[in-house]
Write a protein that binds this ligand. Structure first.
Ligand code: ATP
Length: 303
């Protein structure tokens, strides 16, 4: 269990994290989502006791991390995949950590196998791809077999097979009753990974709910309809109060009427339909809508 209460971090005039309060429960994969610069890494660093909060508290298993015996057997974390001495081999890196944390040597081989790096164990980390570094970071987090695990953007740099593997791993760790907290700035990465979401923007909490509840936010329900007579259908639907816009060849996107109503209106006016499909906003769209006011950097922004 991770408990964050009123957590705030200021860097001079800049407020990176502003009064965050949430709980991350065991037995679930909890996604920690927010646009770039939202304050995810800063929050994870405060939970781990690596950054001092300006105010508020972050506790792991009921106690501030600072007050716990530090070590990989209590909390495992992947923060920055590049944070490993490039001249060392993967095996040497993990062995040194195992020694320092009184973890049996056999765990090194176990976790290397688990993350798929057994073959590359004797190679220098400096020559590793980003995906291999992510795997090594995940191995480091798993080394002490901890009940609480934090991963900052673990999916970055993984190929599709790696993404599938890491999702399976997170689900298994949660099913074993562990607390699994995973950050990302992409909803698409979380929708098949997390079952609970904590969403922040500009350092503040925007949502703390199950993935299903988040999906139900899909406010912009629309209907895609295809017809050889676009002009007539547009006229009759508009007369019924719908908002209609062209959507490619002989297709329209209709909002403001259900799919059933669109079908009824078309039938009544004898307009032929070739397709009638209700469409719920994707999770990515719901996420973009929710965080639109709190995105810090825009492409082409010249402010
Ligand atoms: N050491 C620091 N000094 C000053 N400002 C900082 C420092 N660390 C972070 N910030 C600022 O705090 C805000 C939050 O940064 P943070 O890295 O926590 O965001 P993030 O959500 O992890 O973003 P990303 O997805 O880009 O990694 C940003 O505006 C960042 O510029």
């Amino acid at each position: 269990m991770i408990e964050v209460s009123g957590l705030t971090k200021r860097y001079g005039p800049k407020t990176a994290v502003n009064g965050l309060t949430f709980t991350v429960r065991p037995g679930h994969v909890t996604g920690f989502l927010g646009p770039n610069g939202a304050g995810k890494s800063t929050t994870l660093r405060m939970i781990l006791g690596l950054n001092e909060p300006t105010s508020g508290t972050a506790a792991v298993a009921g106690r501030p991390f600072r007050d716990r015996p530090r070590g990989l057997r209590h909390v495992g974390a992947l923060l920055d995949a590049h944070d490993v001495h490039g001249g060392r081999t993967a095996y040497a890196h993990l062995s040194a950590l195992a020694r320092g944390n009184r973890i049996p040597r056999r765990r090194v081989e176990e976790v290397l196998r688990e993350v798929g790096l057994a073959e590359a164990a004797r190679r220098r980390v400096g020559g590793f791809s980003l995906g291999m570094r992510q795997r090594l970071g995940i191995a480091t987090a798993l080394l002490g077999d901890p009940p609480v695990l934090l991963f900052d953007e673990p999916i970055n740099g993984l190929d599709p097979e790696g993404v599938r593997w890491v999702r399976g791993l997170f689900h298994r760790l949660a099913a074993e009753g562990r607390t699994v907290f995973v950050s990302s700035h992409l909803m698409s990465e979380m929708e098949h990974t997390a079952d609970h979401l904590i969403v922040i923007g500009r350092g503040e909490l925007i949502a703390d709910e199950s993935l299903a509840a988040f999906a139900a936010r899909g406010t912009s329900q629309s209907v895609t309809v295809r017809t050889p007579d676009v002009a007539s259908l547009t006229a009759v639907l508009t007369a019924e109060g719908a908002s209609v816009r062209p959507d490619g060849d002989q297709a329209l996107t209709v909002t403001g009427l259900s799919a059933a109503r669109v079908g009824e209106v078309a039938f009544r006016h004898r307009v032929l339909l070739h397709e009638l499909a209700p469409r719920t906003a994707s999770l990515e769209e719901a996420f973009m809508e929710l965080t639109a006011g709190s995105v810090e950097y825009f492409a082409g922004d010249v402010r």
